[in-house]
Design a protein around this ligand. Structure first.
Ligand SMILES: Cc1ncc(COP(=O)(O)O)c(C=O)c1O
Length: 410
């Protein structure tokens, strides 16, 4: 079917929630994807930070084909191969920088998306606070969650409430629980201290993207993450890191927060975790996770055979192929080369999660549209901002091609 035919069908039969680029992609390999006419594109958005191993990595293709032929889904009523192993791998990665000789394990709930992982984290934070108060003989029910201005945590009603971007909330306002989320400016320790001083009794947790992604790649400072840890610990609230975008080696380290010395209580992940197969995960320290008991939370598809096998292969392949080191090296090279572009004002990011901010002369959406014609898949997060989330196997040669083509466009 041609692009035009697809466009006509979608116009009538698919909800118009995305403004799609005029291209029909049919095949991929590594950093490359091809359209229905055989045109080749270098992919610098990687399915919005999902394609960790590159498109159609042979190890992942083999795992999925083998697993599909063996067992696809049986539900969470049963044990399956690989789920426990995957959860242990995540626990070990989360404890990588923990200074404790025998750090407490993490327990994971498997979901299907980032929003669902955050839903789980929010429910866990509220229930944990409630159980703590009950144990102390109190009837208090702290429910407030502190979030950062310009945050992005998903599109369900609850995670949209946590997403402190009025433009995204407006159509649904008032959201049923929007008053339970208190936005504070990122990296402003004084403002955070003031909020905790004023509303400490009501707060059950703080939800932070250690590197804010959707609003244009803004890393939180170490000082700020430390302050969040100190203030949440002081009132027995949990510190939740939303690593949906910045986790899973996107920033070089297994999780973005591991560029700091701070240890959270709950970590959510999704996107790159299963290399293109839908999966979300919410991991919590065992003493927090244990407030969940059978029947209290669930998912039909979460943690089913295909996604579990894919995620195990993604983590094993990242380790076997030294991909974390590639992310550090190529990411540094990307930032260096972006800084040479005309009209550039600022380059931000860690590993292979980066943004380039241009001056007013550059219309980022126009650049994205033109780039398609020169074989680049790019993404604009603001009027003058491009975001880069390529597959983690991106090479310096790919960066050179990107910069040469961008130079021509700009
Ligand atoms: C930091 C962050 N959290 C949550 C989400 C929501 O993830 P999903 O679209 O898989 O629900 C996203 C998606 O971009 C994200 O970047």
């Amino acid at each position: 079917m041609t692009l035009k035919q697809q466009q006509q069908l979608e116009e009538t039969y698919v909800m118009h929630t995305f403004g799609r680029k005029p291209v029909e992609l049919v095949r991929g390999e590594g950093m490359h994807v091809w359209d229905d006419e055989g045109n080749d594109y270098l992919d610098f958005i990687g399915g919005i930070g999902v394609i960790s191993l590159g498109h159609c990595h042979p190890a992942l293709v083999k795992t999925l084909s083998d697993q599909a032929a063996k067992l696809m889904h049986v539900s969470n009523y049963y044990y399956i191969e690989g789920r426990g192993e995957l959860a242990k791998k995540l626990s070990d990665l989360l404890n990588l920088n923990d200074k404790d000789d025998q750090p407490e394990p993490w327990q994971t709930f498997f979901a299907n998306s980032g929003a669902e992982a955050n839903e789980c984290a929010i429910k866990l934070a509220r229930l944990y606070a409630r159980r703590q108060r009950e144990a102390a003989g109190s009837t208090a029910r702290p429910q407030l969650i502190i979030v950062l201005e310009r945050s992005f945590h998903g599109r369900t009603c609850e995670t949209l409430s946590a997403t402190a971007q009025p433009v995204k909330q407006e159509a649904f306002s008032p959201l049923p629980t929007e008053k339970l989320y208190v936005p504070v400016p990122a990296n402003d320790v004084a403002a955070l201290e003031k909020t905790f001083a004023e509303r400490g009794d009501e707060i059950c947790g703080m939800l932070i993207e250690p590197v804010q992604g959707e609003c244009g790649v803004y890393p939180c400072s170490e000082e700020y993450l430390q302050a969040a840890r100190r203030l949440t610990s002081a009132i027995g609230a949990v510190l939740i890191f939303d690593e949906v975008q910045c986790g899973m080696f996107r920033c070089g380290t297994p999780f973005g927060y591991q560029h700091s010395d701070v240890q959270p209580d709950i970590v959510t992940m999704a996107k790159g975790i299963a290399g293109g197969v839908p999966m979300g995960a919410c991991a919590a320290r065992a003493h927090v996770a244990q407030v969940f008991e059978p029947g209290i939370h669930g998912s039909t598809f979460g943690g089913s055979c295909l996604a579990i096998s894919a995620a195990n292969t993604v983590l094993d392949t990242i380790a076997a192929e030294g991909i974390a080191q590639n992310v550090e090296e190529v990411g540094a090279y990307l930032r260096e080369r972006l800084a040479e572009l005309p009209h550039i004002v600022e380059v931000r990011g860690l590993g292979l999660m980066n943004a380039a901010e241009f001056d007013d002369a550059v219309d980022a959406s126009a650049v994205v549209a033109k780039a398609l014609g020169s074989g680049l898949l790019l993404n604009a997060t603001g009027a003058h901002t491009l975001r880069f989330l390529p597959p983690l196997v991106c090479t310096k040669e790919d960066i050179d091609t990107l910069i040469a083509r961008l130079n021509d466009l700009l």
